[in-house]
Each structure stands twice: as C-alpha cells, then as structure tokens.
Design a protein around this ligand. Structure first.
Ligand code: NAD
Ligand code: MG
Length: 281
C-alpha cells in the first residue's frame, strides 16, 4: 500500500468503537464455550476494544473473571464490562497509561486486591504511527511506540510472576509485521519483533515453573486501531490470501486455546491468525 492510504504521524488518541462502521464482531454466534477457564482470573491490557475485548468476552464465556486496562476509552471499556457481566463474570476496569512503570505495577496490585489471584496475563495494548520512510518517524512517536508496545511487558511481567503458579500463563500480542516486515510501520514492526523474542526468552525462563508464555500474531483485523490509522479502509486486508480482514471474533479463540490446559505442552510459540499469509515462526 502507498502512503496516501494512511493517516499521518499526527493522528493519535486510540480509536473508539463508536467511529466504526460496520461494527466489529467480538464473539461468533456459533462459539460454544465449555468451561475451559472456569474461575481463572485474567488481566488483559487493551481490553476495552478490538482484539482485547474479544479476548475478554471469550474468557468470560469460558468462566473467567477479567480485569481490563485501557488508556482513555471509558465508553468502550464500559461496554466490555457489560458483555463480561452478561456471562455472570466480574470485570474490573483499570484506566491509565501503561507507559508509566508505576501504573503497570498498580494494575497487577489492583487485580490481586479485587480477585486475590492472577492466572492469565494478556499483554495486548499497542499503538502505531504510519511513516513511509525512516526519516518521517518523529523522535516523540518512536519513543511512544516502544514505551507503549514493549516496555510494559517487562513491568507487568515482573510484577505478575511472583503471583503466577504452575498452569498459569502469559500471552502476548505480536503482529504479522514482526515476521514479514512492513513498508510503513518500521518502528511498530520492530516492537512486535521484540515482543516475539521476549515471548521466546521468557518461555525458556519460566518453563521449569510450569508457567507457559505464548503469543498470537494477528494479520489485518477490523478494530479501532485500524480505523484511526488508515484512510482507505475498503482496501484493508484485501491483500491477504483470504482476501479480507479478520474479525476480532476470529482471533479471540486463539487466546482461549493458549490460556487453557488444551495447550499444556506448548510454550514459546505463536499462533498466526492472519488470513493465510505463510510466515516463519
Ligand atoms: P484497539 O485500539 O482496539 O486496542 C488497542 C488498545 O491499547 C486500546 O484500546 C488502548 O486503550 C490500549 N492502549 C494503547 N496505548 C495504551 C497505553 N499507553 N496505556 C494503556 N493502554 C493503551 O486495537 P487492536 O487492533 O485490537 O490492538 C490490540 C493489539 O493487537 C495491539 O497490540 C496491536 O498492535 C495488535 N495487532 C492488531 C492488528 C490489527 O490489524 N488490528 C494486527 C496485528 C496486531
Ligand atoms: Mg480502545
């Protein structure tokens, strides 16, 4: 895609659900839950909207209570809470900026205060700024991209690990751009590459403790992040082998699999939910 398809570096507040037409699908009507996460507690960053909301809703269907962290989109967060509570599960909303190390620590503390335990940490919040050449990347946005996408994984994980036990897990959201590169997201794709490597290294550190660390690498998925970043939305996802963008509802189940004991012998791996693009692991 050429630069004219993208909004400029200046955009940026996270996108909101209300600006999206058509509305994304978060869980398929055909989805059949079977108590795979009964009484587990999950902390999901970026759980107000998009992929994170789909994860929160699937986890609630599978019997988990959830806490979601979001930057500013309180209306979207309230909607996720409603969807979780409709499954008779609890949803704790935590608003704040994950680029602040102290706030990352506070997120884990709040979950422990509310639920007395933590079983699943989903590092999913992220941001990006389009730029066609390296020189177009401003220092401010470069810093913000790394501070949002990768630093919080260290801070949240450090705070969470002492409270995780055998059978618990960490799941990180990477991107297809980590595997095949991107001609307009040099800094973002670099952070996603860092997330993939972080996942592998941490899995090696925690394997003996029985704590698994895996990730999901989505391709083009219809979410607020996309609507706030692209101008020519009708083209979005058309260049995948399946010829379309994915719905959040098609990504959430991968996070259920990785959080449940169905994946008990899998760690340090990625599931590529990307419409058929073949990439290395
Ligand atoms: P989204 O906008 O719905 O979710 C991103 C969320 O991150 C936002 O809701 C926002 O509240 C949160 N966030 C951003 N900066 C934050 C900060 N500083 N502090 C706290 N929260 C912050 O979009 P999405 O597409 O669902 O994105 C979720 C993840 O999926 C991101 O990591 C993104 O990079 C990744 N991803 C998305 C796609 C796609 O096509 N949508 C493809 C590959 C990877
Ligand atoms: Mg949002």
């Amino acid at each position: 895609m050429k630069s004219k398809n993208f909004k400029t570096q200046k955009q940026k507040k996270p996108g909101s659900e209300s600006k999206m037409t058509p509305k994304p699908e978060y869980i398929s009507k055909k989805y059949k839950a079977s108590g795979k996460l009964i009484n587990k507690v999950a902390l999901i960053t970026g759980g107000d909207s998009g992929i994170g909301r789909s994860v929160a809703v699937h986890y609630a269907h599978e019997g988990a209570d959830v806490a979601i962290v979001y930057l500013s989109e309180s209306k979207d967060a309230q909607e996720t809470k409603k969807l979780v509570e409709a499954q008779n599960r609890k949803c704790l909303l935590i608003k704040g900026d994950l680029t602040d190390e102290k706030f990352c620590k506070k997120c884990v503390k709040e979950v422990l205060k509310e639920f007395k335990k933590l079983n699943i940490l989903v590092n999913n919040a992220g941001t990006h700024f389009n730029a066609d050449t390296p020189t177009e990347i401003t220092s401010e946005n470069l810093k913000k991209t790394f501070e949002t996408n990768i630093y919080p994984l260290f801070h949240l994980t450090n705070e969470a690990i002492p409270h995780l036990s055998k059978g618990d897990c960490i799941i990180n959201t990477s991107s297809v751009t980590a595997y095949r590169g991107s001609d307009h997201l040099l800094d973002y794709s670099s952070t996603k590459g860092a997330i993939s490597t972080f996942t592998k290294s941490l899995s090696a550190m925690l394997a003996k403790k029985g704590i698994r660390v895996n990730g999901v690498a989505p391709g083009p998925i219809w979410t607020p992040l996309i609507v706030s970043s692209f101008d020519k939305l009708e083209k979005f996802g058309k260049d995948t082998p399946m010829g379309r963008a994915g719905q959040p509802s098609e990504v959430g189940p991968a996070y259920v699999f990785l959080a449940s004991s169905d994946s008990s012998y899998i760690t340090g791996q990625f599931i590529h939910v990307n419409g058929g693009e073949i990439v290395g692991n």
